[in-house]
Design a protein around this ligand. Structure first.
Ligand SMILES: Nc1ncnc2c1ncn2[C@@H]1O[C@H](COP(=O)(O)OP(=O)(O)OP(=O)(O)O)[C@@H](O)[C@H]1O
Length: 585
């Protein structure tokens, strides 16, 4: 799908007034922004390249990175805007920019040098890990430990996955929600600790604080379950550290892309598990791989069908596709969903297969787990959303005025309204305002606490960036709760509820509604997915799949048939070379 902007006049900031020739044409047509043009022009000037076709390609490569790709596929780039006049040839190979290493031409893909280095590093570090001799395994011990894990709640594919993972230093454990990834990780840790005789240092990491907290809690809970048949298991595993990837690698105040741990200062952990790996961008994967000791174990866990990272790359889905068919593939896939209701699973399956008619059929089949509200105009959408959103907000508010933060946070996890956009008629901002208004108008609610007050009691919160000083992390959720007559903010942390004077938290948003991107790594009992209109450039199959799979008991889709079709038929495509490199291995 084309992403173009409509210049609003000759002074539009997106128009590069100094551009000429092809760059000016593509800028005026809204394909390139002025910053794409300026970066390409500057690179051309520094590298001695004046051919406007090469400069156009460089500007398109800058644009590609801006939109999440790692490189530019020149063979297909014309599809971006077929109506424009494109060069007949791309004289990239002879360009002095390639000779100088400013850009890279590799397997028919054009890279800015930084991304080429990153992608190559990720590939090479992974390849080096796979080439190491496998870790020693005490087979008799493994067999005895497997017997102690029992067979209950332990499927054949889960067993196969843990056994394969014990024998490898690197494992990629994939599966949709509820397929037992966390259960499998807990059992794997028990087996590894047993092999080592205890004393393993274990990090459970995730891209967001919320996901890291969830992983840690779930693993500890699963180890308790394991203790029913193997009482020593939890003691053998010992302490597990749940932390964000930024924290694991050692965040540095002076540098946003470098960390304290790197190739010269490796991580001390024996085992590093990374959950929600689909959200890990190429840069972070590169930093993680270089910081691991070669002999340590790495377990990447995630669902490759979910939305990719915000930053460039699609690492998890590249790894899964790139290793397909390779004898040394470290991928272990879990396919059976044990948690969601049957109809939600059916919807996720047809979405994965990508037939819009099937998706519509499942949506329209009567079910108490899946419903479809076919609504196009704002009044009908508001009418459809009001009751559930208000009921959920009121439950949070009631617990908050009752001075009960734990109940308020629990109420927050019962329901989620998900939007694709932040702004506009289908955006989080508008729906947050609407729910606040409904709450204020509700006779059961003390309205003075809602309208006109930033820190009103019952305000649900979403933390939007890591704050190491306050110990709050991106993705964590909270509620403003009354305490001693005053509002206090409570955020759910890994081990405890964290309490703050409200004004101290600055990177928070109201969370009556949430973007689908931000919802990754969390689930709620009931989920409403508000689809934007079919022209939205955010509408993709991956987005829709991610939204639907957040629901445990009920998912309601609100939108039009055209929007459903557009979502199912549009793939979130990113150009990367990682899967090609891996497939060649
Ligand atoms: N083999 C099994 N038989 C029955 N129930 C199972 C089995 N494996 C896991 N479960 C249960 O299914 C639920 C989901 O498991 P788990 O949380 O490990 O999945 P997950 O893949 O980590 O899900 P998510 O990514 O959504 O958190 C849990 O309640 C777990 O106890």
């Amino acid at each position: 799908m084309t992403e173009l902007f409509e210049p609003v006049g000759e002074h539009d900031w997106r128009i590069a007034t100094t551009a000429t020739g092809l760059l000016a044409d593509f800028n005026a047509a809204g394909v390139l922004t002025s910053s794409d043009v300026h970066v390409a022009t500057r690179i051309g000037a520094l590298g001695g390249e004046a051919d406007e076709r090469v400069l156009l390609a460089v500007a398109l490569a800058v644009r590609a990175v801006r939109r999440g790709s790692v490189c530019l596929d020149l063979a297909t780039v014309r599809d971006t805007a077929p109506e424009l006049t494109w060069p007949d040839a791309w004289p990239i190979e002879e360009s002095p920019l390639v000779a100088a290493g400013v850009v890279r031409w590799d397997r028919g893909l054009l890279y800015l040098d930084r991304y080429h280095r990153l992608e190559t590093q990720v590939h090479d570090d992974l390849a080096a890990r796979l080439a190491l001799p496998p870790p020693p395994v005490d087979e008799a011990r493994l067999e005895a430990a497997l017997a102690r894990l029992g067979a209950e709640h332990f499927s054949e594919e889960q067993r196969a996955a843990v056994v394969a993972a014990v024998r490898r230093r690197t494992t990629i454990l994939t599966g949709g929600p509820g397929t037992g990834k966390t259960t499998t990780v807990a059992r794997l840790l028990a087996l590894l600790a047993d092999q080592a005789g205890g004393g393993l240092s274990i990090a459970l990491a995730a891209p967001t604080g919320k996901a890291a907290t969830r992983l840690q809690e779930a693993v500890v809970g699963e180890l308790d379950a394991v203790a029913r048949t193997w009482p020593e298991a939890a003691g053998l595993v010992g302490r597990v550290d749940g932390l964000t990837l930024h924290r694991l690698l050692g965040w540095r105040p002076d540098n946003a892309t470098r960390f304290r741990h790197d190739r010269s200062n490796r991580l001390k952990y024996d085992v590093v598990v990374v959950d929600e790996s689909s959200m890990v961008e190429l840069t972070m994967m590169g930093r993680l791989l270089e910081a691991l000791r070669p002999e340590s174990r790495l377990v990447l866990v995630g669902d490759p069908r979910q939305l990719t990272s915000v930053g460039a790359g699609a690492v998890l889905s590249d790894l899964v596709a790139g290793f397909e068919g390779r004898a040394d593939s470290p991928v272990a896939a879990l396919t059976v969903n044990f948690r969601s209701e049957e109809d939600i699973k059916a919807l996720a399956t047809v979405l994965r297969d990508g037939d819009a008619d099937d998706v519509l059929r499942v949506l329209r089949t009567a079910s108490d787990q899946v419903s479809f509200v076919e609504a196009a105009d704002q009044a009908s959408i508001e009418a459809a959303l009001r009751e559930d959103s208000l009921t959920a907000a009121r439950a949070v508010w009631e617990a908050a005025v009752a001075e009960d933060p734990a109940r308020a946070l629990d109420a927050l996890d019962r329901y989620r309204l998900l939007c694709a956009h932040r702004d506009g008629p289908y955006g989080v901002r508008r729906w947050n305002h609407l729910v606040e208004r409904w709450l204020a108008e509700d006779p059961a609610v003390e309205s003075q606490h809602v309208l006109g007050e930033e820190w009103y009691v019952g305000r649900p919160l979403l933390v939007t960036s890591n704050d190491y000083a306050l110990d709050v992390y991106n993705g964590e959720t909270g509620v403003v709760v009354r305490r001693g007559g005053r509002p206090r903010a409570f955020v759910a942390g890994s081990e405890r509820l964290k309490e703050f004077a409200p004004g101290r938290l600055d990177a928070v948003e109201t969370m009556h509604a949430m973007t689908i991107h931000k919802s990754q790594g969390s689930q709620a009992d009931r989920v409403t997915v508000l689809l934007p209109d079919e022209g939205s450039r955010l509408l993709t199959r991956e987005l829709f799949y991610t939204a639907v799979t957040r629901a445990r008991q009920h998912v309601r889709v609100v939108g039009t048939e055209a929007a459903v079709r557009a979502a199912v038929e549009t793939r979130a495509q990113r150009a990367t070379g990682l899967r090609l490199r891996l497939a060649e291995g």
